[in-house]
Design a protein around this ligand. Sequence first.
Ligand code: PGA
Length: 251
Amino acid sequence: MRKKMVVANWKMNFNVPESLVHFDKIALLAEDYDGVDVVVCPTFLALFGLWVRSKGRVKLGAQDCNSKDAGALTGEVSAAMLENVAEYVIVGHSERRKFFHETDAEVNRKVIASLKHGLKPIICIGETLNDKQEQRTDQVIRSQLDGALLAVQPDVVINTTIAYEPVWAIGSGQTPTATDLAKVIEIIHSQFDFMYGGDFQPSVLYGGSVDDNNVENFLAVEGVDGFLVGGASLNSKKFDTIIRKVKESGV
Ligand code: PGA
């Protein structure tokens, strides 16, 4: 069985002092998170400070990166700059796709740049409500994977994680049924078999309105290796409960 993973996506929440306080609460509780990889993705500003105090118990991730190493790109942070202050990086989050018009091609460049700099990309994919209603989920998932992993070689693809986040489930309180989630996980595995000839299957996280009350529903679904948690990760008690339930689910 794969090691389970729980990732906190703090999005644009918590300034630096708040990030330190919140992180310390999680790190304190992390004493007994054995067997679960816990990753916190704070604002870029707090990454270095948290990296210095994390002592490896809780891992760190960035919420995005630019694919160029350096250059005249005001306000951007490159994958190269994240080397040594983050282990993971979220790429292709639906908020980036929606508000910053990120295409699959851009996501692919970010994946390649992160892998080149020793970061582990958490690649977000997921259908919109419209896609779902028009029964395009299968097609969307396959083409997002195909696009994000173009030219990503088998020796480095092993460092990627997939986060399935239906866009309509993010922050909405709505979640897929166990049957629908299981179906999408099967599609992801089948697309990886197609692309990598059965040599590699990634860890698959579910994300979208996961909280301390509903996490069991998703844990029961075959093939769910962990969670990408937004809103509920801003509350250390709720986040702790999610991790404990994952741990208890028998890793
Ligand atoms: P949510 O966000 O848990 O608040 O739905 C998840 C995400 O966007 O990664």
